[in-house]
Design a binder for this molecule. Structure first.
Ligand SMILES: Nc1ncnc2c1ncn2[C@@H]1O[C@H](COP(=O)(O)OP(=O)(O)OP(=O)(O)O)[C@@H](O)[C@H]1O
Ligand SMILES: O=P(O)(O)OC[C@H]1O[C@H](OP(=O)(O)OP(=O)(O)O)[C@H](O)[C@@H]1O
Length: 363
């Protein structure tokens, strides 16, 4: 089977409407991309053609799903998704959304079957461990979307004999990220044995650590006696602590990324969607701050609020006073207001941004 991670048939992706043969979803996308003579079949199966539409993969469930729907809404990408159907045509752009498990999105985008996608960087790293990018395949990271922040970490029981990653060598490690875990322990074993060649991914030396796959609830594996340690995602750390585990090493840091294939079918549309998403992300990240200040104190105040390019300064009707308009990062706004007040700013107002479109904001 060409695809791993259950793309074919195991998770409901295959044959989204129940009529779509053994090769299912993958085959549909392939035929759509190829624009081949088999397109009438596509129409028969789906009731419409994906030809001439840019394909955009979105996580169908899980931690990234709702944030992606919010992003699409903010970008005015309008669609109606029929229940149980994992393809939705966008009404106001030549675009189709394909709802896929986050883990499968790098495969589809990397092979160019889908043009754009949103998934975690951890999933991209896991995919690329097994399928290194070539000149024509593999994904291009377009933009960090600023949500889905987490870390893939090596975890062990809080109480027990183990204390460091090396203690897990030769033991049982359970994870959903078998490729990254194998790569991590292969390098660790190589360092321990002083054998630099062991560190490559060609499997020259057998891996002593036993890596086992589970699809979810990884944190239960130690308590159930299946694992001595696990490699799993941590955000707040609540799941880890509740399971009596502690983190001893980080394999990879992650957040949600917009990714694209190396040869998207419509680069202009990719640019347009990227600009819209960037506008929404920037609007979430910044607020607009306005305040009045005496011109003599302006220099000090604008050092506190330099803006992205420069603040906008307007004269007030009152002699010697100016009004300042400036973008400030949302996470810093309370501190910024304190500092502005301290240097004599008055009438400080903070406005939420609905949307933005700028050249270099949010980089
Ligand atoms: N606790 C978390 N906090 C932030 N982001 C997370 C968290 N857990 C997962 N993610 C991100 O969301 C992605 C999808 O994980 P999630 O567990 O939601 O997957 P899923 O598609 O529902 O699969 P599964 O059925 O295996 O749980 C991860 O690859 C990671 O990038
Ligand atoms: O550090 P925390 O904030 O507690 O988050 C970490 C948990 O979130 C994810 O699981 P999720 O709840 O998505 O379910 P899953 O175990 O089925 O993957 C991840 O696999 C951890 O178990």
């Amino acid at each position: 089977m060409e695809y791993t991670n259950g793309v074919n048939g195991t998770n409901g992706v295959n044959g989204a409407n129940g009529t779509n043969g053994a090769n299912g979803f993958e085959d549909i996308l392939h035929r759509a991309r190829a624009g081949s003579r088999s397109l009438p079949l596509l129409t028969d199966v789906l009731g419409y053609s994906l030809n001439d539409r840019l394909l955009f993969a979105v996580p169908k469930k899980g931690r990234l799903h709702q944030a992606c729907l919010d992003l699409l809404h903010g970008s005015d990408i309008q669609f109606h998704r029929h229940s149980r159907l994992d393809i939705a045509l966008v009404k106001n752009l030549p675009l189709a959304l394909i709802f896929l498990p986050a883990a499968d999105i790098p495969t589809f985008v990397g092979e160019g079957r889908v043009d754009l996608g949103i998934t975690g960087r951890d999933q991209v790293a896991e995919h690329e461990c097994n399928t290194p990018p070539t000149a024509t395949t593999g994904v291009v990271e377009v933009m960090d979307l600023g949500f889905g922040n987490c870390a893939l970490q090596v975890q062990i029981p809080q109480k027990g004999d183990l204390s460091k990653p090396e203690d897990l060598i030769g033991k049982n490690v359970v994870t959903s990220f078998v490729n990254l875990a194998e790569q991590y322990f292969r390098r660790l074993e190589a360092q321990e044995s002083g054998d630099a060649t062991n560190g490559d991914s060609n499997g020259n030396a057998p891996l002593k650590t036993k890596i086992k796959y589970v699809g979810g609830s990884v944190e239960a594996a130690c308590a159930l006696g299946v694992a001595d340690g696990i490699v799993d995602l941590v955000e707040s750390g609540e799941t880890m602590r509740a399971a009596g585990l502690k983190a001893i090493s980080t394999v990879v840091q992650s957040s949600a990324f917009l990714i694209k294939s190396k040869h998207p079918s419509d680069p202009k549309l990719v640019e347009l969607i990227t600009a819209r998403i960037k506008g929404v992300i920037t609007a979430q990240r910044f607020v607009l701050c306005t305040y009045n200040i005496e011109r003599t104190k302006l220099h000090t105040a604008t050092q506190i609020t330099p803006g992205k390019r420069a603040p906008t300064i307007n004269s007030l009707e009152e002699e010697g006073w100016v009004a300042v308009n400036v973008m400030v990062e949302r996470k810093n706004i309370a501190l910024t207001m304190d500092e502005l007040t301290a240097v004599g700013a008055e009438d400080i107002l903070v406005t939420k941004l609905e949307n933005t479109r700028t050249g270099n904001l949010g980089k």
